[in-house]
Design a protein around this ligand. Structure first.
Ligand code: HEC
Ligand code: HEC
Length: 287
C-alpha cells in the first residue's frame, strides 16, 4: 500500500484493498463521529473509575463515588417504613370517624384491615364478608349493633355475647316457649312474616300484632324496625340472620339462637381493631 491509488470515477483515493477488481474507497469517518467516539471512550473510563464496574472474583470494583443500587433500595425502604410509621401513629392517635374522613389514612387502614380480615374473620363472615346463616353480611347497610365506624369498632373490639370480655355486647332474646302459648307463637310468627312477605293464614296477623306489641316491641321496636341498643334485628327488611318464613320465625321465638362473636382487642390490639373497623365501614354499608 505504498502508493496511493486514486479511483478514476469518483476521484477519491482507495485503501489499496482489492477483490476481483472491486476496490475500497478511502472515505474517512466524519469528524463529529470520531470526536463523539472519543468522548464515549473517555466517558466509559470515567464511569468505571467512578462507579462499580469491573467484576473481580467475588464482587466488583466499588468505584470512587461509593454508589450502590442496593443502598438506594435500602434508603427507599427506610423512607417507606417511615411513611408507614406515620400512618400507624395517626391511626393510633385518631378516632375511627376521623380516619374514615381522611382519604390517605382511610386507604391505608382499609388495606391493612382487609389483610387482617382475611386471616381472622373470613371463616365466619365469608371471604367477601357476605355472611351466611347466623353470621351477618357486613356489606349491606343492615346493622344489628350499628354501622357507624365507632359502633363497628366497639363490636369488633369486645365481641358479641363473648362472656370473657366485660365490655362485650350483651342482650339476648328470651325463649318465649315458656312465656307465651303455642298459638300465640304461631300468631306472632305470621305477623312478623307478613311485614316482609305474604303469609298463609292472614287471620293470624291481627292477633299476632297484639302479641308482638306486648312481648316483642320493647326490643324490636313498635314498628319492628329493630333496635341497635339491643342488637335486635329489623324484622321488616327481609334480611334474615336465621332464615325467612313463619317456621323459622316461630323457631326463633320459641327457643332463640344467640349469635356469638369473639372479642378481638386482646388478640389483635387497638390499631388492628381500628383498621378492621375502617375496613368493614368501607365495605359499602357504613353509616
Ligand atoms: C366465630 C365466628 C366469628 C368470627 C371469627 C368473627 N365474627 Fe363477627 N360476628 C359473628 C356473629 C355470629 C355475629 C352476629 C352476632 C349477633 O347475632 O348479634 C357477628 C357480628 C359482627 C359484626 C356486627 C354486625 C352488625 O350487623 O352489627 C361485625 C362488625 C363483625 N362481626 C365483624 C367481625 C370482624 C371484623 C371479625 C374479624 C376480626 C369477625 N367479625 C370475626 C361471628 C364471628
Ligand atoms: C330482650 C330483647 C328481645 C325481645 C323481647 C325479643 N327479641 Fe327477637 N331478637 C332479639 C335479639 C337480640 C335478636 C338477635 C339474635 C342474634 O343476633 O343471635 C333477635 C332476633 C329475632 C329474630 C330473628 C331475626 C333474623 O334476622 O333471623 C326474630 C324473628 C325475632 N327476634 C322475633 C321476635 C319476636 C316475635 C319477639 C316477641 C315474641 C321477640 N323477638 C322478642 C331481641 C329480642
Amino acid at each position: 500500500m505504498s502508493r496511493e491509488h486514486i479511483d478514476k470515477v469518483s476521484g477519491i483515493p482507495t485503501t489499496g484493498h482489492e477483490w476481483d477488481g472491486i476496490k475500497e474507497l478511502n472515505n474517512p469517518l466524519p469528524r463529529w463521529w470520531v470526536i463523539t467516539f472519543h468522548i464515549t471512550i473517555a466517558w466509559a473510563i470515567g464511569y468505571t473509575v467512578a462507579y462499580p464496574a469491573w467484576p473481580v472474583l467475588t464482587s466488583a470494583t466499588k468505584g470512587v463515588l461509593g454508589y450502590s443500587s442496593r443502598n438506594d433500595v435500602k434508603d427507599e425502604l427506610a423512607a417507606a417504613e417511615a411513611a408507614k410509621g406515620n400512618y400507624v401513629a395517626a391511626i393510633q392517635a385518631k378516632p375511627v370517624s376521623e380516619i374514615t374522613a381522611d382519604d390517605a389514612l382511610r386507604e391505608f387502614a382499609v388495606a391493612a384491615g382487609a389483610a387482617t380480615f382475611k386471616v381472622n374473620c373470613v371463616q365466619c363472615h365469608g371471604s367477601g364478608a357476605q355472611g351466611s346463616k347466623g353470621f351477618p353480611n357486613l356489606n349491606d347497610d343492615d346493622w344489628l349493633w350499628g354501622g357507624k365506624a365507632e359502633q363497628i369498632q366497639q363490636t369488633i373490639a369486645h365481641g358479641i355475647r363473648f362472656a370473657s370480655d366485660p365490655d362485650t355486647r350483651v342482650s339476648e332474646m328470651p325463649a318465649f316457649g315458656d312465656i307465651i302459648t303455642t298459638d300465640q307463637i304461631k300468631q306472632v310468627g305470621a305477623y312478623v312474616a307478613s311485614l316482609s312477605g305474604p303469609v298463609q293464614d292472614t287471620s293470624l296477623i291481627e292477633p299476632g300484632a297484639n302479641v308482638f306489641a306486648e312481648n316483642c316491641a320493647g326490643c324490636h321496636g313498635e314498628n319492628a324496625k329493630g333496635n341497635k341498643e339491643f342488637g335486635a334485628p329489623d324484622l321488616t327488611d327481609a334480611i334474615w340472620l336465621y332464615g325467612p318464613g313463619e317456621t323459622a320465625i316461630a323457631a326463633q321465638v320459641r327457643a332463640p339462637k344467640h349469635g356469638v362473636m369473639p372479642a378481638w382487642i386482646g388478640r389483635l390490639g387497638e390499631i388492628k381493631v381500628k383498621e378492621l373497623a375502617v375496613y368493614v365501614h368501607s365495605l359499602g354499608g357504613g353509616e
